[in-house]
Ligand binder design. Sequence first.
Ligand SMILES: *Cc1c(COP(=O)(O)O)cnc(C)c1O
Length: 365
Amino acid sequence: MNFNPQISNLPIYEAGKPIELVIREFGIEPQNVVKLASNENPLGCSPLVLEAMKESIKSANLYPDDSYYELKESLANLYNVNSKNIVIGSGSDQVIEFIMHAKLNPNTAMLSAGVTFAMYEIYAKHIGAKIYKTKSSQHSLDEIKELYNAHKKEIKVVFLCLPNNPLGECLDASDVYEFISSIDSDTLVVIDGAYMEFAKFKDSRKTINPSDIIKLSNSIYLGTFSKAYGLGGMRVGYGIANEQIITAISKLRAPFNITTPSLAAAIAAVKDQDFIVKTLQNNFKEMSIYEQFAKDNDIEFIPSYTNFITFIFDNSKDSTQICDKLLRQGIILRNLRSYGLNAIRITIGTNEQNIKVLEALKKEI
Ligand SMILES: *Cc1c(COP(=O)(O)O)cnc(C)c1O
């Protein structure tokens, strides 16, 4: 059977390896597995969320409220925007997919940093759109602008991952706002704020406010419950933009695209901001242990505004070998070879997990 040509060349997203794999392949006890590969919250999620989910499954027979009224109201309140400025996705991944379908076709292009979230490229390829990436792996607004100016007519979507996964760097908000104002009104600038809670906590100059984004005619902010809120398994994300953009991309949303427990979880999660503060405090306290380790062992790292840190190795070391060796000991980290880098991305865990990782790493480098 023949399939659309863009399908045959499509790369497959390499997800973080699941705990089950390590248990099956290496016979490691589940409680001894340390999974710090997918930027999940090591503290779990808020206890209020677990309560709300338990309650919600009693109405498993009913479809959820498809308007997502209560969740949109909470997010509107949190970000000081209107419910009409919000679209809900099954993870912000799904909102990225909506955006691609709304703006791209095979005669158009998307633009991003050299090394950034792989799903941008994959969704663009679903559509057969062209992809431009900067030579620099990290975000350089000068390079992004240069590429944009050279291919202005084609480029309909520009992605800024702020802060950037998998490298961890983050642009200053003032530079981002200036950049958006230099982009044509028919090109959508997507601010992927999957880790914005972390960046904002570390340095207020990185804060992008959705309430500023909604005033612009060519930008959308994306947020997720998968990272700081600790709800990766529940698949809830959102887009915030001016009403015209939200109305258009909402047409691509199938009804009931998140489940009843997911909806209950997200609503409860917004209410427990103390849990977020705890998460952020643990994250940056523990991150400093990794930074010190890197300095002590001459490993290059990128100062991170996220819940992970990326170690970049020189040619004397091989990230694939190191990851494989750690995997056999039940430690799952993210090798960045598939991004063309001799580097490893480590999600910041609990103190106990981090000590285990660094002890194992010390032996293998
Ligand atoms: C995790 C992540 C997302 C989205 O995750 P969902 O679980 O689909 O909400 C989006 N962008 C980046 C950069 C991410 O790291």
